[in-house]
Design a protein around this ligand. Sequence first.
Ligand code: BG6
Length: 300
Amino acid sequence: MPITETDTTVVLTHPENQKSTVTILKYGATVYSWKLDGKEQLWLSSAAKLDGSKPVRGGIPLVFPVFGKCTDSVNHPELSQLPQHGLARNSTWEFLGQTTESPLTVQFGLYPEIANSELTKIWNYDFELILSVELGVDYLKTAIEVTNPLKATRELSFNWLFHTYLHVEDVEDTMVANLAGSNTYDQLLQESYTEVQPVIGFHEELDRIYRNVNPERVIQVVDKGHPLHSVKRSNLPDAVVWNPWIEKSKGMGDFEPKDGYLKMVCVEPGHVHDFVTLKPGAKWEAFQLLYKDELNYQAL
Ligand code: BG6
């Protein structure tokens, strides 16, 4: 069976290769495992909660309608009351079933009627989210459609981000390529500058928002000179790069093992620098594609 559904999960198995699978938790519609020919591609904390008690630490949590914590309570009174990264990753989505057999694709939906009611009480907007998860023989595509329903009485403004935790062998041997020349906001230094380094290395906590990255750029995670992950983006101009390193990992109760930061890097395609704004009846679409490719430096 290419698709197996339980009360809490949906597993897709590629018809041509039984060792290529993707597992999605209905809570958060969180992809928490993607195996390519038997090899896990994503990082998942061994202490991640998969019981719906908190967002999953690892995999691909979904960030909507706000990235991080909104501090502008004057212009965004409702959004600023939402927890960090919004409400999509802490709501149980509806499994809508399979949409195509080849490529193998399933969809999940989220609407105010089923979203986390504590949070929709605070952020009381109409919205419709459809997540498509497509498992190719050599790729994983996650695509999102956000609609402001025709019946809505006001505009819908939001951020979107795929908070993708990629598995690496050793982050100290890992580089992220093809972001040079982009403007970045360093969330730790709280400063903006143009990235001049041809590749990004990891030697301490790193938390940066690369803004308006040329859509032609494929972000590549490179391990000792070999391309490990390639990330293509559509309609997602920004990319967050994050590694918590030692102290921040210690402070996260659901981050285990504590040296797990060595095995992960987050490359998070999103629309987070600005809000997307939709009039009633309007729709916005975007996707990320994770795949394998040759090393292709597109920097500068
Ligand atoms: C990243 C942010 O996207 O998510 C970081 O840039 C943040 O600042 C990280 O620490 C993890 O967030 P959370 O809410 O899952 O602990």
